[in-house]
Design a protein around this ligand. Structure first.
Ligand SMILES: [Fe+2]
Ligand SMILES: [Fe+2]
Length: 719
């Protein structure tokens, strides 16, 4: 069962990257082929939902039956531990990313679409919006930690290096993660998969673990069918309702996609769960665990041990042969003087050899030593009725073959894009192309260069006079500075009381020219919807900010929609933001797309440009609070326009408990963890990047700055 890096692991590790670009063409076709090939059932969605729930209940009983049988047969306590450990590790790749497949289903071009807002609401409950480490996956991580199995669990991609987890366990979650990176191709399938997983609820193997270890984690959080708050709607119903909404909008094709995603997920779950069950049955025999351990260590071990002979054969040879079949070595060991059958405590294999002075000190972990001890203790002593073949070994060999790994999908992922992507010829075209999450290598290169240029411009002439952020970051953090800035905004507002308000035309023009920016409010944070980012120490508040900008799932609180209302009052009815007509709309000036395009570009790289995004976020959230929002309010009011958009921002972005406070905290969290060394990654260098990001909201626009931008873009191209 132990594996090296198989294709499912490759797909999983690749797609867990928050900046992963998953190719078009071959990859999409291979995934579709895989979905169709492995979709077990078909029929109306209601039937499928029932099937999934029934299967889950039955399969859960089968797993808990193993636990009960163990108790009935009076198996040693170690047996239960083995069942729990194997079940938990087997479920880890899926459970650690529970809900992650929804991560990219909102995009700047769909910020105002009701069904997208609902999907985001469901997703926000999965990640535990607003709190660090509160996702469903985090609850599972807690379980891994309590059971001391979490060595390879953070970030989730590292799990692929854990050889105790079989390749088959990465198959379903790996593909779901990869599909999540192409939301425009797989929206229906992803929702179908989600609905299936909610109908299944707690994975059957975990139902057993929950029974055995009821207090080791918040099990309701691990179970995707249970709401995160007592009075909230059940997630399975939530998902069902938004599937209906999607089908009502997109028709039969969407319905087919949902059913396909559902049926494939159910088929994949059944196959995987069956394999896991067989593994648990087989592991009832301590020799199964021992054989696996030997297989796992055989590769490294065969490098040594050329001198040591076991029944006339060098141990290195035994170990090399072990990689295909470990049982002959087990038999030889049990006959050797290293092992006293039935008496681990007297056997030199777990005493002298691995002791502090022994030649194999630290070769085996304490967990490994338990496996060896359990095996030795289970061996019949010479006085026992010896030489009966252990039944579980037979079970291991007759276990159903693992479901075929998605080798073709992994190959297509490696092969990359088939079609060269469009390179924007203007800032307007870029705006349109960047409305979606899905992209091409060419567009990503363009986006990175645009960011490089914008940041070079933002750095131009940056000194104490032009930059409000302090020159150095202090250990007291940014909160005191934030208060001071807020006081100043208030004072400036009072000082400007006598300055005449802008004309009606000027107010309307400003509102219109700001539309390409405001209608994608929050897009600089789009990278933080990534599952691991959204529940991380730094990212959780950024996700919550994004989630607020979009109205927490409610259209009446959605900032872009509120902005459209003001525009309508002004007699301006703009095309949908994602449409080509919007980007071409003649009422906009070209310059009005420059900053929005920067947001759309930088938001795609939450890791590469983390310090800059944090600085930009702080500038953005703080920009209007206490001052310009209040002034804008006066102007809007004077001409009889709604002030809702500025009112909501002046409160939600507040410096005590609102977005600007969170923005400052996120910067402090980043800075506090950095070393005080000079150079890249140190506090000084990173702080300069945060400052540049802060200034990037409003970079200088003189000739020098424009030249710096050009140089920055060229350097970006060379880089
Ligand atoms: Fe906003
Ligand atoms: Fe905000």
């Amino acid at each position: 069962m132990y594996d090296d890096g198989g294709p499912a692991r490759v797909v999983y590790a690749y797609a867990a990257d928050p900046e992963a670009s998953v190719p078009d063409g071959g990859f999409v076709e291979e995934v579709r082929a895989e979905l169709r090939r492995a979709a077990g059932a078909d029929g109306p969605l209601d039937d499928l939902v029932r099937q999934a729930a029934d299967w889950s209940a039955e399969e859960g009983k089968r797993f808990t039956g193993l636990l009960d049988a163990g108790h009935r047969e009076g198996r040693p306590a170690g047996h239960e531990e083995v069942l729990v450990r194997r079940a938990v590790l087997g479920c880890a790749p899926l459970s650690l990313v529970s809900g992650a497949w929804l991560q990219w289903l909102s995009a700047p071009g769909t910020f105002e679409v009701p069904v997208v807002l609902r999907i985001l609401a469901l997703y926000a409950s999965d990640v535990g919006a607003g709190h660090p480490h509160a996702s469903r996956g985090s609850a599972f991580l807690e379980l891994l930690r309590r059971l001391r199995l979490a060595e390879h669990a953070v970030p989730a991609a590292r799990l692929t290096g854990d050889q105790r987890i079989p390749e088959s366990a990465f198959r379903l979650p790996g593909l779901l993660l990869a599909m999540s990176r192409r939301p425009d191709d797989f929206r229906g399938e992803l929702l179908g998969a989600d609905l299936c997983l909610r109908a299944v609820g707690l994975l059957p193997a975990l139902a057993m673990v929950r029974r055995a270890r009821p207090a080791e984690t918040d099990w309701d959080a691990v179970d995707p069918s249970v709401p995160r708050e007592a009075d909230a709607e059940r997630p399975d119903r939530q998902c069902r309702a938004l599937v209906e909404e999607l089908v009502a909008e997109d028709g039969d094709r969407a319905a087919d996609a949902v059913r396909l995603g559902f049926a494939w997920t159910l088929g994949a779950l059944r196959a995987w769960s069956g394999g896991l069950y067989a593994e648990l049955v087989a592991a009832g025999d301590p020799a199964f665990d021992m054989a696996e351990l030997m297989r796992l260590r055989a590769r490294e071990g065969s490098v040594y041990h050329h001198q040591f002979l076991l029944e006339g054969k060098p141990l290195a040879r035994w170990l090399a042969e072990c990689r295909t079949d470990a049982y002959p070595l087990l038999d030889a060991l049990s006959r050797s003087k290293l092992v006293k059958p039935g008496r681990a405590s007297a056997s030199s294999l777990v005493r002298g050899l691995v002791g502090e002075r022994g030649p194999m000190f630290r070769v085996f972990s304490p967990e490994d030593l338990n496996v060896i001890r359990r095996w030795i203790d289970s061996l019949p002593t010479p006085s026992d009725d010896a030489m009966t073949a252990p039944p579980a070994v037979v079970a291991a060999e007759s276990a159903p073959a693992a479901v075929p790994a998605p080798a073709a999908v992994a190959a297509a992922l490696r092969a990359g894009h088939r079609q060269p992507g469009r390179v924007p010829s203007s800032v307007r075209e870029a705006y349109h192309l960047l409305m979606r999450r899905t992209d091409s290598p060419e567009l990503r290169v363009w986006a990175k260069r645009y960011v490089a240029g914008w940041l070079a411009r933002s750095r131009h002439g940056m000194d104490e006079r032009t930059m409000p952020l302090p020159v150095r970051w202090g250990r007291e953090g940014l909160r005191p500075w934030l208060q001071e800035r807020h006081d100043r905004h208030g004072a400036e507002f009072e000082e400007n009381a006598d300055v005449p308000l802008p004309s009606r035309e000027a107010v309307v023009d400003d509102t219109v020219q700001t539309a390409p920016l405001t209608l994608i409010d929050g897009s600089w944070l789009q990278g933080f919807t990534d599952y691991e980012q959204a529940s991380s120490e730094i990212g959780h508040s950024l996700f919550e900010t994004y989630w607020d900008e979009l109205g927490n799932g409610e259209p009446r609180l959605n900032h872009p929609l509120i902005y459209r209302d003001v525009l309508k009052e002004m007699g301006v009815d703009l095309p949908p933001t994602a449409s080509a007509e919007f980007a071409r709309w003649p009422g906009f000036r070209d310059e009005s797309f420059e900053l929005p395009v920067y947001w759309l570009c930088v938001g795609r790289f939450p890791r590469t440009f983390l310090p800059e995004v944090l600085g930009l976020n702080l500038a953005m959230e703080l920009s209007g609070v206490g001052g310009t929002y209040r002034r804008a309010r006066l102007a809007l009011k004077a001409y009889g326009f709604s002030t809702r958009f500025v009112d909501i921002h002046n409160t939600i972005d507040n410096v005590a408990t609102g977005h600007s406070a969170w923005a400052a905290d996120a910067v402090d969290t980043l800075m506090a963890a950095l070393p005080e060394t000079p150079g890249p990654g140190g506090r000084e260098e990173t702080w300069q990047r945060v400052r540049t990001g802060y200034r990037s909201l409003n970079p200088p626009s003189g000739v020098g700055a424009r030249l710096a931008a050009r140089r920055g873009r060229l350097a970006g191209r060379r880089g």
